[in-house]
Write a protein that binds this ligand. Sequence first.
Ligand code: TYC
Length: 101
Amino acid sequence: MTETIAKPKALPRVRTERPRLYKVILLNDDFTPRDFVVSVLMGVFRMTEAEALGVMLTAHRRGACVVAVYTREVAEMKARQGTEAGQQKGYPLAFTTEREE
Ligand code: TYC
């Protein structure tokens, strides 16, 4: 009887790529009240009042501020929720998304 001894098989090399990340960016405008911007940042992005105030002031002074970084679907959903919250009140508040390098 012939006996074959199986050679141990090399494990396949599995390559997992990390998902690309997207920034949510808050854009300044001249009309949306500051405290409304703060309340949207707290509600949609789960920020504390102090964090939201800092982001709002940076956007106000510099024109825009990165709010947070997420995978694409989450970033786009949060940007839409924030923008729609402003539209409901008739404000031009706007969030955009941008792919990270
Ligand atoms: N510039 C607005 C004002 O003076 C406040 C504001 C801040 C609006 C940041 C949008 O992303 C913004 N009422």
